[in-house]
Ligand binder design. Structure first.
Ligand code: ADP
Ligand code: MG
Length: 405
């Protein structure tokens, strides 16, 4: 519980916007753990969209321990390794400038490597672009030489999107070269750490590359953190502080905050939206929360941005398996309680009407169920052979979205 909830600070509702680091609720313990882990190892932080990856790494890079130089970059829009290297150069230069550590010298060094500046932005000239790997190595070498007492943490937001773009636009060799090059640098520089975040699974991008014959494991030296929703206590605190920020009060404030925390499954983005739907200065009313959630789930504006849970199935699993995945989700959505895996296997329409040998089908389906777990749709209850939706809210949404009886 908050030490003294009646004195706690209200927060502005801001669904999907950039959060001030002091408005990030409930992630302090995790952040401490992540810094401890970064002493030894690089990280991959994965989660569904809008669980709070960006908020966490921005908060971390804004308040890094004194022995760490932190660099944040959203790499989602980058589509070539050259652009990526240019951005790293830019970020190093900027951070060094803020820390008043030898930024002028660094700028000159980059120029001496063939880098040029256009309108204050560092660029690799045409002739040097083929050598982006060397430029990257030299950047890291310089950084280490000039800052012997520091560890360097590069927070790169949405790496899988960048890799996908590089793969599509520059070919798989470039995507592979970048992934492998970065891994190699992690091995050679003892004070270099990287944090990749990703809302589309890095494993999907890597397995697409592996389909073209790529055999390396480009992130198996990194520790993967699967970001979880807020705990009930922290979700309740967030809901309460957002309500206070809107001047919502009354005897039912605590009960309403608890209802928001529970119905949102602790998803902070949903909590912001639910409070957004409440009127300024109104009386807190727990009875209204289910109605607010239902309105969001069938929202024409797709404000919760959930449709990608459906559309991405085709991209992840291919058309045919995506069809089966939808059947599995439909079946589970109809049950309030967890369903046994054998019941799923026996209950799918395709299997009932299929001419395929059932044994073969069953194995393919078991694999698919495992993939749906890995991709955050489903959850196997510990110690049982039963499955259910990972988030009850998602189950409710899937039922409404698919128009299931
Ligand atoms: N810890 C948090 N405290 C308060 N709000 C949060 C928190 N994490 C996420 N949010 C809300 O969710 C939105 C999306 O968060 P973001 O960090 O961009 O997620 P991601 O990077 O995983 O997509 C934010 O704009 C904010 O409304
Ligand atoms: Mg993000």
């Amino acid at each position: 519980m908050a030490r003294n909830p009646s004195n706690e600070q209200g927060l502005p509702v801001n669904p999907g916007g950039t959060l001030d680091p002091s408005h990030v609720v409930g992630r302090d313990e995790l952040i401490t753990e992540l810094w401890a882990r970064l002493q030894r190892q690089s990280l991959v932080i994965t989660s569904e969209r809008r669980l709070g990856k960006t908020s966490i790494i921005k908060k971390m890079s804004a308040a890094a321990p004194t022995d760490i130089l932190a660099f944040y970059r959203d790499v989602e829009g980058l589509n070539s390794p050259v652009q990526f290297v240019e951005c790293i150069a830019q970020d190093i230069e900027q951070t060094l400038r803020q820390n008043r550590t030898a930024s002028e010298g660094f700028r000159n060094l980059f120029k001496s490597l063939g880098g040029i500046e256009i309108g204050g932005v560092i660029r690799l000239p045409e002739a040097a672009q083929a050598h982006w790997q060397d430029a990257l190595g030299m950047l890291f070498t310089e950084l280490h030489t000039r800052n012997p007492d520091k560890t360097f943490v590069f927070f790169w937001d949405e790496v899988p999107w960048m890799l996908q773009k590089i793969h599509r636009q520059q070919g798989e060799e470039q995507a592979i070269a970048l992934l492998d090059g970065l891994r190699q640098h992690r091995q050679s520089f003892p004070r270099l750490r990287m944090v990749y975040t990703g809302s589309i699974g890095l494993h999907h991008v890597v397995s697409t590359l592996q389909n073209t014959g790529y055999i390396n494991e480009p992130v198996n030296d990194m520790y993967t953190v699967d970001l979880q929703p807020l705990t009930q206590e922290k979700a309740t605190e967030l809901a309460r502080r957002l309500m206070r920020g809107k001047g919502i009060s009354g005897a039912d404030l605590a009960a309403t905050a608890l209802s928001v925390a529970t119905l949102s499954d602790g998803l902070p983005f949903v909590i912001h939206h639910l409070v957004d739907g409440m009127a300024h200065g109104s009386l807190a009313d727990p009875q209204r929360v289910p109605t607010l959630l239902d309105a969001l789930l069938v929202d024409d504006h797709n404000r919760l941005d959930l449709q990608h849970y459906d559309t991405r199935l085709d991209a992840y699993y291919g058309k045919e398996r995506a069809g089966l995945a939808r059947e599995i989700l439909d079946l589970l959505a109809r049950h309030d309680a967890p369903v046994s895996i054998s019941e799923v296997l026996n209950g799918l329409p395709s299997l009932l009407h299929s001419g395929d040998r059932p044994a073969l089908q069953s194995e393919a389906l078991r694999t698919l169920m495992r993939l749906l777990q890995r991709d955050h749709y489903l959850h196997q209850l510990p110690g049982t052979s039963t499955l259910q939706f990972r988030f009850p809210m998602m189950q409710r949404w899937w039922t409404l979205y698919r128009g299931l009886p």
